[in-house]
Design a protein around this ligand. Structure first.
Ligand code: PEP
Length: 253
């Protein structure tokens, strides 16, 4: 069975002090959770402090991006070695904000995904269509392009250590969540694609998160879908109580 994975993407929020306040509250609220893999992705500047604060807990550390080279003259970039050094186990790759504002392409996503695996980091690879693409009926073409090209050249073993986040761009930070049915349709499509690219056995084991305006009120409906294995949470991960409620989606409140 696929263990649900819920990750908080803090984006460009939280100073070190604020990040510590958030994670210290969160770790108490979710200390009893064993059935969900919990991940937080603070900004680079807070990775070390948050990494120290979650040592020995059930919370894992992710970065929000990285470059594919190990070191060198790449001003402003962060390497996979540096992320390993600071205690990251996961790295988000190809978030729509990086694709939209910072020129990330399928090719750069693929290089980063491969570099992550080379260094033992698990990539959370984001895919998803824009509003105009959904409205013009090309959602599956766009998602297929992101999935096929982002995963190019991965071994089955690497695929098993990759998480895919389906994040319709029109649902990110807008308060407009995809319905569980809309999300399930695309998740099922992605799993079928993985079956074609790799094998049915691999496809059955890969976790596919949904992302886009997840809140405590809508997580249970999404998680009830057969192909939704978790969430990538932006805004609602910035408060310990709302993120903890999302992590504990299966429990009565
Ligand atoms: C995200 O940043 O990946 C995201 C889904 O943001 P939000 O939850 O705020 O829509």
């Amino acid at each position: 069975m696929r263990k649900p994975i819920i990750a908080g993407n803090w984006k460009m929020n939280k100073t070190i002090g604020e990040a510590l306040e958030l994670v210290n509250s969160l770790k108490e609220l979710v200390a009893d959770v064993t059935d969900v893999e919990i991940v937080v992705a603070p900004p680079f500047t807070a990775l070390q402090a948050v990494g120290e604060a979650i040592k020995g807990t059930n919370i894992k550390l992710a970065a929000q991006d990285m470059f594919w080279e190990e070191s060198g003259a790449y001003t402003g970039e962060i390497s996979p070695l540096m992320l390993k050094d600071v205690g990251c186990q996961y790295v988000i790759i190809g978030h729509s904000e990086r694709r939209g504002y910072f020129g990330e392409t399928n090719e750069t996503v693929n290089r980063k995904v491969k570099a992550a695996h080379k260094h033992g980091l698990k990539p959370i690879m984001c895919v998803g269509e824009k509003l105009e693409e959904r409205e013009s009926g090309v959602t599956k073409e766009v998602v297929k392009d992101h999935v096929v090209n982002g995963l190019k050249g991965l071994s089955e073993e690497e695929m098993l250590n990759t998480v895919i986040a389906y994040e319709p761009v029109w649902a990110i930070g807008t308060g407009r969540t995809a319905t569980p049915q809309q999300a399930q349709e695309v998740h099922q499509f992605i799993r079928e694609l993985l079956g074609e690219i790799f094998s049915k056995e691999v496809a059955e084991q890969v976790r596919i998160q949904y992302g886009g305006s997840i809140k405590p009120e809508n997580i249970a409906g999404l998680m009830a879908q057969p192909d939704i294995d978790g969430g990538l949470v932006g805004g609602a991960s910035l408060k310990a109580d709302s993120f903890a409620k999302i992590v504990k989606f299966g429990r009565s409140r």
